[in-house]
Every structure is written in structure tokens, then in C-alpha cells.
Write a protein that binds this ligand. Sequence first.
Ligand code: FES
Length: 74
Amino acid sequence: MRIRICMGSSCHLKGAYDVVKKIKELDIKNLKLYGSLCFGKCESGINIEIDGELVSHVSPENVQEIVKKFMKER
Ligand code: FES
């Protein structure tokens, strides 16, 4: 699984780093985690991309549920 997390200032202020910490807690096999420059969708941040699919409105509270859902679909 390849996840890119927006590290732009708007997503950062909304808690992107806490999203990173929550993803790392999941202990996902073969995880490739990248930071990204602004996705250009700041108003709907925090934005992340999972295996090429953009996911908006991510938060430290919901990110584990979102990632688990993607894992089930693979
Ligand atoms: S800062 Fe994250 S989309 Fe712009």
C-alpha cells in the first residue's frame, strides 16, 4: 500500500502529522508512506492519496478506519 500525505501548510495545521502517526500505528505490511506538497484542495483537507486514489476530509480520528477499509478492498 502506497500512501501520500499532504504536508502543505493548510493540511499541516489541520493535523496531518497526527494522521501520519495514526497510520504508522496500524503496522501495515509493505507500507510506503510519502509526504506530498499541497494537492491544491486545501478546503477539503486533510488530503491523502491511497494507491493513487485521493481521499479528502481525513482526520487523526477517522484515518485508521479509512485505511482499514482500503486494506479490505485489496
Ligand atoms: S495544504 Fe493540503 S491540499 Fe493544500
